[in-house]
Design a protein. Sequence first.
Length: 288
Amino acid sequence: MVNIENDLRKILPQMFFLTIQIQRDQEGFNQKKSHKYIRRGDKMVFKHDYDDVPVIKVVFWGPSMAGKTTALTIYKVLKSLEDPKQVYKFLKVEDPTGRTLFFDQAIFGLGTNPQTRKSRYKYHIFTVPGQERHSGQRKVILQGAHGLVIVIDASKNQYEYNKESIAELNILLKDKFVNGGISFVFCLNKMDLPKEERISVADLGKLLVETGWSSNLRDSLSRVVETSCLNARDDLTKILQEKNLDELKDEKGYLKRDLRPESVQRIVKPIEMVLREILVKKLQEVGN
Ligand SMILES: Nc1nc2c(ncn2[C@@H]2O[C@H](COP(=O)(O)OP(=O)(O)OP(=O)(O)O)[C@@H](O)[C@H]2O)c(=O)[nH]1
Ligand SMILES: [Mg+2]
């Protein structure tokens, strides 16, 4: 019999290796605050895979070209360098222009059970295809999600597409996001664009208040991480091309986590925030 509470207590402290301090850190996100979003009595059910490992489902949502596939690819490359044994699957399905056709997916492990040597948990990340014509697929992919990473395109000329994408999600989720049925974090991506070509984090904060994702600006900002997949990809490529790559690895031959460039850490952070909130919620459920 698996002791879920013990498993969770072991995983939670291990999960957060946020060794690089993000300058404009969203300190507002802490365990105490996240409780506000947790609806008691709304039980969270994890499906189990063929190894009987519980699986957390996370969906990357957002309009076409926002950077969902790019962000997941960067995350997968990083995990393969840092912890390859916890990377189970990675699949991209794209059309000839690089737009996702059905979905991308990747499965990662979390923690290791010393007795079975299997992961204690797995998390299965899907990206939705953002193009308008794929709305039916988005609805199917969203089903059963425990958490969402919502990727917003900071380009000014994509503002209306972001709004439409959020509105579609509002309809599909009904009130789930307001009272804590689902964990979510927003990525404001493409922050490498020149200032005059992109929206600011405050602009996104206001949009989230307007669309009901948050009751006030401060709360909405605590759930936004500014990212640039472009910078993260470049920084990760530099590491891979490093002449002294071996010096960046630990005794097991894996890339040291505290060497993550800040741009890459920003891609990891939303995923960790969502996973942490889901696990805290589960811990509360089993503790009650
Ligand atoms: N400048 C800039 N470009 C980016 C960034 N992230 C992604 N891109 C580019 O944006 C384009 C679309 O990226 P994708 O990751 O395929 O977008 P997506 O959200 O998966 O799009 P769909 O699959 O159609 O839903 C690609 O050309 C990327 O190189 C970023 O942070 N900055
Ligand atoms: Mg895609």
